[in-house]
Write a protein that binds this ligand. Structure first.
Ligand code: ZN
Length: 293
């Protein structure tokens, strides 16, 4: 996601990060009754974001130009419209302020990913792989959650702050170590693995809340992860290191189940729709491949 100059700056990091892991299990954002009215980017789990909204917008635009050169756009207007409407429904009931710029791609490496300033990319393959609408909604909610939590902008800020003060790495990492994070050592790679681990856990928790708040089956993301199993290609790692990886599916599901227990039951959760099944049939008829590019 980030350019070589910033990546290079991280080589100045010490090789070992000492940290005391915090409580392993629990909620990061327990105030799910205030979704949309709360600020999820402040306090213990917030990170001082040093990008202005304008800079964030410009960075996202530059990335979008590069991404568009690398991936094919879906040529299916009907499918694009359907996925866009689904994403809007989720965003309206999320913490993400401002516009959501969603692009439907065809056969990119990742099933879905997001950058910053409200830009998300969903691949046709995801529509084909998901078993029902709530699973597709779960993946979209996960990307909306990354954007709402401003993970992309936070990571750029982390890199800039580290560049300016390489000894400040532990301060920058501290919020990520509050969840029993296993990555507490290892220099540059350890730093970004710890960030990635935290970001994914936070995005999964928020996504499950957004599913619940928008009336979808809140188990949608949990069940999609079961379908994906160890194919951890739901989205691109948020850090610059190639060794950054997502937490194991089993860990993610364990954390999501904790979240599900906290959420009040829904009278009529939306599991599926005829629109989704039609969209899925289209991807099959169009021969959207299931394997990686
Ligand atoms: Zn993610």
């Amino acid at each position: 996601m980030l350019g070589p100059p910033l990546r290079h700056a991280l080589l100045l990091l010490p090789t070992v990060i000492f940290a005391r892991p915090g409580p392993a299990l629990g909620q990061l954002h327990g105030d799910f009754l205030r979704i949309g009215a709360r600020d999820i980017n402040k306090g213990e789990f917030g990170f001082p974001n040093h990008l202005t909204p304008l800079k964030e917008y410009q960075q996202a635009l530059e990335m979008d130009v590069r991404i568009q050169r690398q991936v094919d756009k879906s040529g299916n207007a009907e499918l694009t419209g359907y996925v866009g409407r689904l994403a809007e429904q989720i965003q309206r009931r999320s913490d993400l302020k401002g516009p959501l710029w969603l692009r439907l791609t065809r056969s990119q490496e990742h099933l879905a990913f997001s950058t910053l300033a409200g830009r998300a990319y969903i691949d046709e393959k995801l529509v084909r792989i998901a078993e029902n609408e709530s699973q597709l909604a779960g993946a979209i909610a996960h990307e909306v959650a990354h954007l709402a939590a401003r993970h992309g902008a936070e990571n750029i800020s982390r890199m800039r702050l580290l560049d300016a003060n390489p000894s400040g790495f532990l301060t920058l990492l501290r919020p990520c170590l509050t969840i029993g994070n296993p990555f507490t050592s290892g220099g540059t790679d350890g730093f970004w693995q710890a960030v990635c681990y935290f970001n994914e856990i936070e995005a999964d928790e928020l996504a499950t809340q957004y599913l619940w708040n928008s009336g979808f089956d809140p188990e949608g993301l949990l069940n999609l992860l079961s379908v994906l199993q160890d194919h951890n290609w739901l989205d691109a790692p948020p850090g610059p290191s190639q060794t950054s990886s997502h937490p194991p599916i089993s860990v993610r599901q364990k954390r999501i189940r904790i979240q599900l227990k906290k959420l009040p039951g829904l009278e009529a959760a939306r599991l599926d729709s005829s629109d989704f099944q039609e969209a899925r049939e289209q991807t099959r008829a169009n021969g959207v491949p299931l394997s990686r590019k």
